[in-house]
Design a binder for this molecule. Structure first.
Ligand SMILES: CC(C)(COP(=O)(O)OP(=O)(O)OC[C@H]1O[C@@H](n2cnc3c(N)ncnc32)[C@H](O)[C@@H]1OP(=O)(O)O)[C@@H](O)C(=O)NCCC(=O)NCCS
Length: 205
């Protein structure tokens, strides 16, 4: 698969470039953004190392990791200046056709529907281009904005893992959310959108 570019509702998900250091720092360096994530806020050098690692992951084959920039696009127009956030799709099992998604936005771009649009595009990418059967996400119980985004995607809260993660020195539960291919078939009433893409059998990026 060539460089990934996914168009969604008012957004584009695209590959990261060396020019995205400010984005990565704005997101991963903000203590409020990473409050519920199992990473400490990074400084600029840490953000640069992270960006290097993510860009390097694009050439690994089979590709299992897609760390993508989320650009906001004006209706019918070009992308706006600064990327708004980072959306990830990870193939956690090729055999079981399972992908995990994640999303984090710069704080000043919260509350505009961007995470929902970006995460929806990521879910569709996982089903339609990576051949996923199950797409899942983890959410901290104290992160209602994230839970709301996952619910809007049609994911279900399937259960909670107790003390699953050590987040900033504190044990935190993980809510497990997921959508499976059958949910999409039910929602769309057919196997078209949400069915397995023609010619693809299994998560083989
Ligand atoms: C979670 C996050 C990505 C949401 O981004 P966003 O662009 O603001 O999300 P959206 O605007 O698409 O949707 C947010 C929804 O949550 C709701 N919401 C926001 N804060 C809320 C709160 N405290 N309680 C309940 N609902 C809340 C919004 O009203 C909206 O729902 P609506 O469309 O029904 O009104 C963003 O807050 C973020 O980057 N947080 C830090 C990183 C993170 O926690 N990532 C998720 C890890 S799983």
């Amino acid at each position: 698969m060539d460089a990934v570019r996914i168009e969604g509702d008012g957004i584009v998900l695209r590959e990261l470039t060396d020019d995205d250091l400010d984005l990565v720092w704005a997101v991963m360096g903000d203590p409020v953004v990473v409050e519920h994530l199992p990473i400490e806020p990074v400084d600029r050098a840490g953000a640069a190392a992270m960006l290097d690692e993510w860009i390097a992951s694009t050439v690994v084959r089979p590709r299992r990791r897609y760390v993508l920039a989320l650009d906001e696009v004006a209706p019918g127009g070009p992308t706006t200046a600064a990327a708004a956030g980072i959306v990830t799709v990870s193939v956690d099992s090729i055999e079981h056709r399972r992908c995990e998604i994640g999303f984090s936005l710069r704080r000043e771009r919260w509350g505009r529907g961007l995470a929902t649009a970006g995460a929806r595009a990521a879910v569709e990418f996982a089903f339609d281009h990576l051949g996923a059967h199950r797409v899942w996400a983890v959410c901290a119980p104290e992160n209602p904005a994230s839970a709301r985004v996952l619910a809007k995607l049609g994911m279900r809260h399937e259960g909670t893992l107790r003390h699953d993660l050590l987040v900033h020195g504190r044990w935190v539960d993980s809510q497990m959310w997921a959508i499976i291919a059958d949910d999409r078939v039910r929602a769309h009433g057919e196997t078209g959108r949400g069915g397995r893409p023609a010619g693809r059998r299994g998560a083989r990026p």
